[in-house]
Design a protein around this ligand. Structure first.
Ligand SMILES: [Zn+2]
Length: 335
């Protein structure tokens, strides 16, 4: 984007709202349009559900903010689409993009740039940084346009809190599982991808008013997600669970979904068990993992919704998942 005088260099994988924000930090930047912006958080687009949904100032070029910014800065729409707006997965709401890689932010500073927010931190299944292979950290303040700076300030004080989880072998293993799933996804059609993503979300179910949180929270002894009010129904729990999940719960959900879809095997689970006592205890208690799978349904309506999310119109592509669902549905019917 060298044609826009005074704008900062676009960082690898940077979101457009981060880039626009960083441009306002330059004292020599004289664009009247951006200088006059108040840079608050995006306006809500929906108050209907249990949580407010915001305009997406990173991935939706049709928001008023981005339309005006592109017009005023004479940014080519096609160029911006290729650079900023294409996604390769499901993203979380703009105001709940709070996971970041501390090493990326430090590297920005070391290169003389203001720290920028990256696209690959914004997905529902973002777990490790795709550049550094490091665990993502959680921003402790409300995400704003300035979140790159806020996160950098915070990571100056962050410390390691779980030596077992951060042991080098285990970290390498997590990166290899994340990469394996990503490679597998590249070869799948839309139906299979949707089933996988839905399964991942079901395992991260946020607590529903008449039910518990998803199974992924139990694998590493994780408490349920920090949501002030339980979700009103199964669909809302599935929709928002991943947005509030910790990195451990997200990784647990990736393992479970990967196991059910045949991407993760028994040897992988044995490796995790050797690294994490709680996981080992969970595995010892659930000897037949496939028939122990729970999908969080508490009513016939939930059951129908789960069927529609996983079955689609065709046969499920994986025998393990078929068996797990058959056993689960059978147990539900006899209760
Ligand atoms: Zn990084």
């Amino acid at each position: 984007m060298s044609t826009i005088a005074g704008m900062p260099h676009i960082l690898h994988e940077e979101t457009i709202s981060s880039w626009l924000y960083r441009s306002t930090l330059r004292s020599r930047y004289n664009n009247q349009y951006l200088a006059g912006q108040s840079f608050m958080i995006p306006p809500p687009v929906s108050w209907g559900g249990p949580l407010v949904e915001s305009s997406d100032w990173d991935f939706d070029p049709n928001t008023d903010f981005l339309k005006a910014a592109m017009e005023n800065l004479a940014i080519d729409v096609n160029y911006a689409a290729a650079l900023f707006f294409n996604t390769h997965g499901r993203v979380v709401d703009w105001a709940r993009r709070w996971w970041f890689c501390a090493q990326c932010l430090r590297a920005d500073i070391a290169r003389g740039q203001a720290p920028g927010w990256r696209k690959h931190w914004c997905y529902r299944d973002s777990i490790v940084c795709s550049t550094h292979g490091a665990d993502l950290h959680r921003l402790q303040v409300q995400p704003q346009l300035s979140r790159g700076w806020d996160a950098f300030i915070q990571c100056l004080q962050d410390r390691l809190i779980d030596p077992a989880w951060q042991c080098q072998n285990f970290q390498r293993f997590r990166v290899s599982v994340v990469n394996r799933v990503a490679r597998w996804k590249l070869k799948q059609g839309k139906v299979t991808l949707d089933i996988f993503d839905n399964l991942y979300s079901v395992m991260l179910l946020a607590p529903v008013y008449n039910g518990n949180q998803g199974m992924a929270y139990e694998l590493f002894g994780e408490p349920g997600p920090l949501i002030r009010l339980a979700m009103p129904n199964y669909l809302a729990g599935i929709k928002y669970g991943a947005e509030f999940a910790s990195m451990k719960a997200r990784f647990a959900s990736l393992l479970l979904a990967g196991y059910l879809m045949g991407i993760v095997g028994d040897r992988d689970l044995a490796f995790v068990a050797a690294k994490d006592e709680r996981f080992e205890a969970w595995r010892r208690y659930n000897l037949d993992l496939v028939s122990s799978m729970r999908f969080g349904c508490t009513s016939k309506l939930d059951f129908k919704l789960l069927e529609s999310l996983l079955f689609g119109r065709g046969e499920l592509p994986c025998d393990t998942l078929n068996r797990a669902l058959r056993t689960y549905f059978f147990k539900l019917r006899i209760q």
